[in-house]
Design a protein around this ligand. Structure first.
Ligand code: APR
Length: 265
């Protein structure tokens, strides 16, 4: 492990455009369950995953009904855990790599806004954010508190409409089957093309199109792909990643940053 941490620190220090890709695994040490790990949400409750696959269809068929159900049914404990969560040393380590001028962008699948809370500035929320709403017509995003959702229920005015284009507004979080917002999709592909180092933290890399990003970067042949994960993933098995540092992101990432700072002195 020591050798791999020193190697990752060296690779990062000598990179010209390093980016990080993250998944639910980086947030488990903040008390948020992942999806497919041993105690993952889908692992423990496959029916919940099947229901999640139907959410976007329901929204398209009946946005009013979707909103009424979303605002009236008891909040899933998962969403409650998101609001209470705080960043952990893994999130802070990536924010520090950005402050050191090494990490140029974080592309996260997580909707928990913990990278933002940890101070990461250049952040692409590939599956959106639980803290935001988005117009499905013009793509404009809003903080949730910019709409008085309780009043919209009272006045029978759901779904909320975009003040700019009158399009329908939904949560910014991207459901299964929903297109990735075009601005985030385009910028993420650009970063995957531009990078010469990709640090992939805490993702099982089985959900597309996100899981395409490492493969697109690999096609260039000039990128170093480092995984930090509790377990090997398809990226490890297919040789997409150059090496896996097997461990907890909350422990491994801060050690990499310490090593970067030690060698930069
Ligand atoms: N440190 C490192 N790796 C960890 C840690 C940790 N502390 N905790 C869990 N992991 C690993 C798990 O072993 C697993 O390989 O992180 C990975 C998490 O994988 P998933 O649970 O599949 O999460 P993710 O890859 O983000 O899922 C992608 O699927 O359901 C959708 O939209 C959802 O964005 C999510 C997408």
């Amino acid at each position: 492990m020591e050798q791999l941490i020193a190697k990752a620190a060296w690779d990062l220090t000598n990179s010209l455009h390093a980016i990080a890709l993250t998944g639910a695994g980086i947030s488990t040490e903040s008390g948020i369950s992942d999806f497919r790990g041993p105690k993952g949400i889908w692992t423990l409750n496959p029916e919940a995953e099947r229901r999640a696959y139907r959410s976007y269809e329901k929204f398209v068929e009946d946005p009013k009904g979707w909103w009424e159900e979303m605002l009236t049914q008891p909040r899933a404990s998962f969403l409650d855990s998101l609001e209470a969560a705080m960043p952990n040393p893994g999130h802070y380590a990536l924010a520090e790599l950005e402050q050191l001028g090494i990490l140029k962008c974080v592309i996260t699948q997580n909707i928990d806004a913990l990278h933002e809370k940890a101070g990461t500035k250049k952040l692409l929320e590939y599956h959106g954010s639980v803290a935001k709403l988005r117009c499905i017509s013009c793509g404009l995003r809003f903080r949730r508190d910019e709409f008085d959702l309780a009043n919209l229920i009272q006045e029978n005015q759901l779904p909320p409409h975009c003040p700019e284009c009158r399009g329908i507004i939904k949560s910014d979080t991207v459901s299964f089957g929903e297109p990735i917002p075009s601005d985030v999709a385009r910028q993420s592909l650009e970063e995957a093309r531009k990078c010469d180092l990709m640090l992939i933290c805490g993702t099982s890399a089985v959900i597309y199109p996100f899981a395409n990003l490492p493969r697109r970067a690999k096609q260039k042949g000039t990128v170093t792909i480092i995984e930090v994960n509790a377990d090997p993933t398809p990226l490890t098995e297919e040789g997409i990643s150059d090496y896996l540092i097997q461990g907890k992101t909350g422990e491994v990432l801060p050690r990499i940053v310490e090593e970067v700072k030690r060698t930069k002195k």
